[in-house]
Design a protein around this ligand. Sequence first.
Ligand code: FCB
Length: 439
Amino acid sequence: MPASTNGIFFPDGFLWGVATSAYQIEGAWNEDGKGESIWDRFSHAAGNIKNGDTGDVACDHYHRYKEDVALMKELGVQTYRFSVSWSRVLPKGKGVVNKTGLNFYKSLVDELLRSGIEPWVCLYHYDLPQALQDEGGWANLNIIRYFADYAELMGRELGDKVRRWVILNEPKFCAFFAPGTKNPELYLKVSHNLQLAQGKAVQTLRDVNRNFQIGTIIDLSAVHPISDAEKDRKAADNFDEWGNRWYIDPLFKGAYPPLARKMGLKPDQQDLDLIKQPLNFLGVNYYSRFLATHDPSDPVTEVRRVEKRTPTTATGWEIYPDGLYEVLMRLHKGYGNPTLYVTENGVAFEDNVTKEGSVQDDDRIVFLRDHLISVYRAIKGGVKVKGYSVWSFIDNFEWFDGYSPRFGLVHTDYQTQKRTPKKSYYWYKQVIANNGFAF
Ligand code: FCB
């Protein structure tokens, strides 16, 4: 990896990718036998999503996946992470398999492989089958078995072609995004059960095929106190325990941080052993930092986020590339130097298509470049970062914010479904081709 004053280049074999998730791009919410998911139900209820948006059509990727894969091929990515909509393959979450739904993913995998792109299959990106939610969702311990059965089904059906598996995308947000988790007690249960289910699914997939490369994805923030005051530092520690360590400590150290016990979570040893499964890799999603101040109105964590005014993104998130270096170094030093991939990093800005039909998103290019410099510094510091993926390949449905934030390298016109690669797409294409970039 030659470094010079005028460029940085990544190690040979570094994997460049893009990512999406099922609910955010597929659409076809009730086609070909797909069952309802909690996000279908949630977005259909008035008032939940900005502008009343839903993922009913989204990017219509279910019908346009060939066009999308062709754009990925042109981009030159080596990997593409997508998620499977559980209720598309198991409309009720368990029991009868929807063959047409399964075939969609088989066709997608074939199309990717034909295009020289390695599929990374994520089993869960927030969209629980509604039928399982009706049984209590992640709060019901039976979910561990249902999830393992679903993982086994996917492993058996796609495992002859798919080597790389991601169990969960961001368990913290899986817990938040499941209806009802505003209730703190339910949150404890749900966040713990998610991690149990994750452990069981790892074991299950290993039993399907010992050669699978299995990992999971955790979103990590840099967390800093707003001042040096003891109270602010304590607030930052609390948030760090709640937002970061809650998920990395059980996975790598077999224990929850102290705050969990304080909040009433007292798992037995068997549970902790199940969560602490050896993984082939950890995926890290990084977007911003959390600036913490002491606020007693939250009696447990006593923390409040302080919004930083500049510079921010269209979603109001502070731009803080050093934080990516910080979280990668932290995993390296404090968590046994695991193999890591940056599985999501990206940004929403106000992207507009010009009269000439292009999107000049220079600010996104700067954002990605600065974060890649952090990745590079981490590699130089000894961290085993083996790849990087942009969120997202294409503008898509951004959960509570609907279609307003645009995170894609490719612009989506939601009226016509026309795809327009942005300037950042062409920039990223060069980065991939050169395995780095010149300054
Ligand atoms: C991540 C999610 C992804 C998307 C980006 C902006 O936390 O994994 O689905 O919403 O944020």
